[in-house]
Write a protein that binds this ligand. Structure first.
Ligand code: GLP
Length: 244
């Protein structure tokens, strides 16, 4: 779906999220949400904060799982996705922080596999993700599933692509300071969500969006695997759609 601008599109995505939260709350159930970081979802989170402050939207019944985190990474570091989520969403809403899950960048390497398995098991035990929101990296990654990722991949430790590290350089001051690894939900994990929304804004994303939507299925562009899903929607602005 192509929207005239990212503000309108972001408000639409926030409304979809709010509708799930409200529908679940009415049944006395939790909403289990898969969240993303990066510049792309910032407008969605701003609208959710507005809905909380102005319209009384409560997040008391919300359980969240973030897609990914750099590895190694301290939550207290300003570049952590933990800090990002607090700054843009969690610090401004009434969510119970024990309901928030973000991959742990402080683990020892030998602890990562068990952590990743437990992350998957927690999502399953809660009945699965009601909605997963996604951005897209210029390598075609979703989460941090870089080129080469398998369609049935689970949560795991991955190596970051060179282009991804270049794109993150401004957050870290220099590319050499960007971690070389991350923990990410897998493509298989994302696929299990009952609904998936991928967002892309600006002309910068137009070439990769064209590949993701119209290109052949390929591990070289992991987002092409979303073509196999019957419950995914791409919500984009005019500029990102300009090459479709
Ligand atoms: C990072 C995140 C992805 C995100 C991508 C695009 O690599 N791990 O989840 O989709 O960046 O970022 P942005 O939204 O800033 O363009």
């Amino acid at each position: 779906t192509v929207y005239p601008d990212k503000l309108t599109a972001s408000k639409t995505v926030a409304k979809r999220i709010a509708d799930i939260i409200i529908r679940k709350a009415a049944k006395g159930e939790n909403a289990v949400l898969g969240l993303a970081t990066g510049v792309t979802p910032i407008g969605v989170y701003a609208e959710l904060v507005r809905l909380h402050k102005e319209d009384g939207l409560s997040f008391k019944n919300v359980i969240t799982f973030n897609l990914d985190e750099y590895f190694p990474m301290l939550p207290s570091s300003s570049q952590s996705y933990d800090a990002f989520m607090k700054e843009h969403l969690f610090n401004h809403i009434d969510i119970d922080l024990t309901n928030v899950h973000i991959p742990d960048g402080t683990l020892k390497q030998e602890e990562v596999a068990a952590f990743c398995l437990a992350y998957e098991q927690k999502i399953t035990a809660l009945g699965g993700l009601d909605l997963q929101i996604l951005g897209i990296g210029r390598t075609g990654h979703i989460g941090f599933n870089e080129p080469g990722s398998a369609p049935n991949s689970g949560t795991r430790l991955v190596s970051l692509d060179d282009l991804t590290r270049s794109d993150a350089a401004h957050d870290f001051g220099a590319k050499s300071k960007v971690p070389t690894k991350a923990i990410t939900m897998g493509i298989g994990t994302i696929f299990k969500a009952r609904e998936i929304i991928l967002m892309a804004w600006s002309a910068k994303k137009a070439p990769i969006l064209k590949k993701a939507v119209e290109g052949d299925l390929s591990a070289d562009v992991p987002a092409t695997y979303l073509q196999l899903s019957d419950h995914v929607e791409f919500i984009v602005d005019k500029e990102a759609a300009s090459e479709l």
